[in-house]
Design a binder for this molecule. Structure first.
Ligand SMILES: Nc1nc2c(ncn2[C@@H]2O[C@H](COP(=O)(O)OP(=O)(O)OP(=O)(O)O)[C@@H](O)[C@H]2O)c(=O)[nH]1
Ligand SMILES: [Mg+2]
Length: 425
């Protein structure tokens, strides 16, 4: 299974409700407000964990929920904040909000955290709602709803070097020679279906991360074969190592292979060709290698070529040593520089809208919108005070005026979510 893109639903915790209570003391009737605030709802936080390599966990758990904050209580006792829910993801995880198409997190450093869905704030108790004009409110708020999001989670591997080439050229054999990684090796195409990572050591003790990637074929940039699913992993490597079957065991021209791969890389993202490249000419143990390599070298002069036999594990340590030095000489910020989050943002212009007025089939006026619904849900509607306060906020937001302008008549039905009331001029 090639796990690198998963969609999940996040429901952050609701805030706890505020409490309406009054001080009861001897000789003092209604001795003032005494209701505590609700606790904050839990956030859902993604955290980059070096111990993980795939998004497999997210594939199995499709919905994540954080806890609700506790309700406030009498005697000014505030509710407890809920614990945040921490979801561990591998380094290189990118989170996109499905609704806005905006990238909301790009976790590239070990331990890096990002709040993906925010818990709601606790509702205020009547003590907190005191004001100059009302020193003893008889109302309190419900907790705010936690954010509810549908997100796309993608994994972009963070390897220093990516082994890139057509199927069956020996990429997996090479990583198994150079590291502890043990991917499947076989003579059929697309043996490797998902990237494998290995840590490679140079003779001088320097290390780097090598990625064995699935084979690329013509049209990969358009989705052919395993297509762009893994081309995006290459975006995150610092160096591209072409692996070429220089023995032409399948009858192709090695030079044409090389040109084809570069074309696919460029078609996917032109910037990929700005990365340093090396060529690993493989299958030196096969006779036809010698003839092909001479022809190849005549055509390709400006790039470092290593002649190896992965099958016999010959020549590969030199490759490792060269790459280790090359990577060390490159700035560490390379990945972030090429992968600027800003580049990915798709801006969607949205009219700032506090509320919207539409009509149901039966003529009922419907007031909707994020802000108005938020205020509505935080109102308890337990007393006339609640209703009065809510009505006042509608007036302040300009809802009354707009209804009047649209021709609402005294006594018309008005609805917010599932709550009906009469329009009064
Ligand atoms: N003779 C010879 N065969 C090799 C060499 N390296 C790999 N092979 C063989 O080539 C075949 C493909 O090797 P893999 O390492 O699976 O190739 P790959 O590039 O990872 O292939 P995909 O995962 O399908 O893209 C296997 O049968 C290997 O044994 C080599 O240096 N010499
Ligand atoms: Mg392979």
């Amino acid at each position: 299974m090639f796990v690198d893109e998963v969609e999940v639903e996040l429901i952050a915790g609701n805030g706890g409700n505020g409490c309406t209570a009054f001080r009861r003391e001897k000789y003092v009737a209604m001795g003032g407000p005494f209701g505590g605030d609700g606790g904050r709802g839990g956030d859902i936080i993604f955290k980059a964990d070096t111990g993980l390599n795939t998004l497999l966990d997210l594939r199995y758990q499709k919905i994540y929920r954080a806890e609700k904050g506790s309700n406030g209580e009498g005697k000014n006792k505030d509710g407890k904040n809920a614990e945040d829910l921490i979801v561990r993801v591998p380094l290189g995880t990118v989170v996109t909000d499905k609704e806005t198409n905006e990238i909301i997190a790009d976790l590239v450093k070990p331990g890096q955290e990002k709040i993906i869905a925010r818990g709601g704030r606790g509702g205020r108790g009547n003590t907190s709602l005191r004001s100059k004009s009302n020193t003893c409110p008889t109302y309190s708020e419900n907790g705010e709803e936690g954010e509810h999001k549908f997100i796309k989670v993608e994994l972009k591997l963070l390897a220093d070097v990516g082994l890139v080439g057509l199927p069956s050229v020996g990429k997996s054999t090479i990583i198994s020679c150079l590291s502890e990684a043990r991917p499947k090796i076989a003579s059929y195409h697309f043996t490797t279906l998902k990237p494998n990572l290995g840590v490679v050591k140079s003779r001088s003790g320097k290390t780097f991360v090598l990625a064995d990637l699935p084979g690329l074929i013509e049209g990969a940039s358009l989705g052919a074969g395993l297509g762009d699913k893994f081309l995006k992993h290459i975006e995150r490597t610092k160096v591209i190592a072409h692996v070429i079957d220089m023995a032409a065991t399948e009858g192709r021209d090695p030079y044409e292979d090389y040109v084809l791969i570069n074309k696919e890389l460029a078609d996917f993202n032109e910037k990929l060709l700005e990365k340093p490249q090396i060529i690993i000419a493989n299958k030196k143990d096969v006779e036809s290698f010698n003839e092909n390599i001479d022809k190849f070298k005549e055509k390709v002069k400006d790039i470092k070529i290593f002649e190896v036999s992965a099958a016999k594990n010959e020549g590969l340590q030199d490759v490792a040593d060269y790459l280790a030095e090359l990577i060390e000489s490159m700035p560490n910020t390379f990945i972030e520089e090429t992968e600027n989050i800003e580049d990915h943002k798709e801006y969607k212009y949205e009219e700032p809208e506090k509320f919207k007025i539409t009509r149901d089939d039966d003529g009922t006026w419907v007031i909707s919108g994020k802000e108005i619904e938020r205020i509505f849900k935080m109102t308890k509607f337990e007393s006339e005070d609640d209703e009065y306060r809510f009505a006042k906020r509608l007036t302040n937001m300009g809802v009354d005026e707009e209804l009047k302008k649209r021709g609402a008549q005294e006594g018309d039905q008005v609805r917010i979510l599932d709550f009906y009331f009469d329009y009064r001029d």
